[in-house]
Design a protein around this ligand. Sequence first.
Ligand code: CDP
Length: 289
Amino acid sequence: MALSVFLSSSSSKRKHILKFLDAEKDISVLKGTLKPGDIIHYVFDRDSTMNVSQNLYALLPRTSPLKGKHYRTCAIVGNSGILLNSGCGKEIDAHSFVIRCNLAPVQEYIHDVGMKTDLVTMNPSVIQRAFEDLVNDTWREKLLQRLHSLNGSILWIPAFMAKGGKERVEWVNELILKHHINVRTAYPSLRLLHAVRGYWLTNKVYIKRPTTGLLMYTLATRFCNQIYLYGFWPFPQGPDQSPVKYHYYDSLKYGYMSQTSPHTMPLEFKALKLLHLQGALKLTVGPCN
Ligand code: CDP
C-alpha cells in the first residue's frame, strides 16, 4: 500500500478520535488530582470502591508520561499465538514506540516478538495468572526480574477498572518502591474508557469492555503517525487453518468465546480489519519478511 494513502487515510480517522481522546491526559491520573485516602469507584463495578494508598499516590506521575510525545511509527503487540514462528521480532523492534500487553514474556521469544518495550500494560489478574500470586520467593523474584527488565518503560496498570485486583496492584506498587525499579507508572482513569467506548460507539461498534489491545490502539492513534498491529488474532485457527494458541506464551484457552466473557474480541478484530483495509493501520497476521 502506498505510504501516502496510509497516512492521509489515517489522519482523517485521527481527527475523529481526537474529539474523544486526549492521550496525554487519558493515559494516567496525575498526582495533583488525587490524594492518599481518596475513594475511587471501580469503572466496571461502580458499587465497589477502593482507597488511594500511600504507595499508589507515591507512584502517580506528576506529569503525563506522554507529555509532548509523538512518534512516527508504533507497534502494538497483542498476545495471540499467531506470533509464534512469525519471525516478526526485528520488524517490531524497528518501530519508534513499542507497546506490549500484560507483561507478556519476550526473552524466550525474541525472534518472533522482539524485545523493545516503551509501554507495557499489566492487568492485576496477570499477577495471579503468570506469577502465582507471589506465593513464594521464587515467584516474587520472577516478577522482580520482569519489572527490572522494563528499564525505564511506562508500566500501565488499570488499577481502577474492576474490583478484585486491589491487593495485586498493592504488591506490585510495593515492589517497585522497595526495589527502586526504573519504570514510569501510569494508572488510567474512567475518562479513558468513556473516550474509547464513545469513539467506537459513534463508529457503530458496540464494545462493552474493550480489550487491552483495543484500548492501546485507540490511545496510540493520538500520539503515533502510523500504527502496526502484531499478535491480534482471536481465533483458534490461523488464516491457513492451522491451530493457533490463544497466547503465544502460555496455555490459556479461548475463554472469550463464552457468553459470560466481557470481551468481544472477534467483533473488535472485525473493526480493526476494516481499518486495515481502509489503510488506517497495518495488521500483520502472517510471517514478517
Ligand atoms: O487484557 P486482555 O485479556 O484483553 O489481553 P491479553 O490476553 O493479554 O492479550 C493482549 C491483547 O492482544 C488483547 O487485549 C487483544 O486485543 C489481543 N489478542 C488477540 O487479538 N488475540 C488473541 N488470541 C489474544 C490477544
